[in-house]
Write a protein that binds this ligand. Sequence first.
Ligand code: GLA
Length: 386
Amino acid sequence: MSKDHLLEKVRSAHYKKNGQERTIVTLAPGRVNLIGEHTDYNNGFVLPASINFFTCVAGSLSDKKQVSVTALDFDGDVDQFDLEKDIVPTDEQWKNYIRGAFHMLKSMGYSLKGCALTISGTIPKGAGLSSSASLEVAVLNTLCDLNNIQLSQVEISKIGQQIECGFVGLSCGIMDQLSTACGAENCALLIDCLDHQISHVPIPSSLALMIINSNVKRELSTSGYNDRRNSCELVAERLGVNSLREIPINTFMEQKNDLPAEAAKRAEHVFMENERVLQMADALEHGDIKYISKLMLESHLSMKNLYEITTPEIDYLVDIINNEIGDKGGVRMTGGGFGGCVIALIPKNLSEKVKEIVVKQYQAKTGLKEDIYICEPASGEKLEYN
Ligand code: GLA
C-alpha cells in the first residue's frame, strides 16, 4: 500500500468515527539498519536508513479527559483510558506503546487534553524494521501538535526509547527512534549514539535496498536481547568505564582473556562493529562496493559467531544471496536479531535474479515463505486538516 493510500485510509476511518474536527495526521517511517548492530546501547555508531513503509496516526481533540485509540490493524480494536488516572501497561502489547507516550508526557509535567487517535501502518510487525519505534514517534508527534508541546526530534526519540524500557520491557538503545524521527530521503544516517549527532550518507544510486523478511517471528522483549546488553555492561564495569565506547579497542583486546568468556565475545562484536560502521560510511561515500560487501559479510559473521543472534534460516538467506552477488553487493541480518529480516544492497540489474533465487530456494529449505521488499530511504511527514 502506498503512503498516500495509507494516509487516506487512516484519515477517512478517523473522520467516520470522530467527525470532521481539526485533525493532525502524522506519518513516521520504519528503518533498516545497514550496519552497526547492538552498538547503540553501548554509545557506539549505527548506520540505518529510514524506509518508505510507515505508521500513520490521525488525531483530534475531544471534550473530556478521555483517550480513545482505534487500531485499524487489530480489527479496529479500541483502547480507552482516563487522563486523570494513572496510565498503566496492559497485557496487550500494541496498547502499551500508546499508553506509554501519554504516561511519559504526563510524567514530564505536560497537561494533556482528551483526544481520539486512529492508527494503521505498512511496516511489517515483529520483523526488525522498527514498527514499534515508528508508532511511538508518530503518536508522540501527534500529541505534541494537539497539545502545543515543543520538543525536538531528538527529545521525541529519547521519550520513545523510555517507553520501550518502562512500558514494553525492552532495554533498547536509541537507534530506531532516532532513525524514524530524523529520517531523510535518498540517504542513510550515520548516528553517533553518544551525543546523537547525525550525518547524512549517500547510498550509491546503482544499488537497490532489498529487504528479505525471513518470517521467523520474534518478540525482542522476550528474546536474548536484554541478556546481550547485560553482558556488554558487565564488560564495561569490569574495565572500569560507563560504556564500551570509552575504551580503545586495543585496551579491550589486551584484557579480553581475563574477562568472562561469553561476555568478552559479545563485547568483541561491539568493538569491531563500531569500526565497521565508520568504514562503511566511508565506503558508501566513495561508492566502494567491494568494501561494502566485505564489511556487511564480516558484520553478519560477527552477529552469528560472537553475538550469537542469528538463526539458521537467516544464515541460509545470507548464504544464498551472497553466493549470487559475490563482491558486487552486500548482505547481512538487520535489526535486533533472533529472526526478522536480512538487508541486501544489490546492484539494481541483479535484483530480479536475487529475488528468483530466494523464491526458489528459501521456502524449499526452511518451510517458511519469505517476503521481499525493495525500499527507498524516506522521511516522515505531518499534515493538518481543518
Ligand atoms: C533493536 C533495538 C535497537 C538496537 C537494535 C540492534 O532494534 O530497538 O535499539 O539495539 O535492536 O542493533
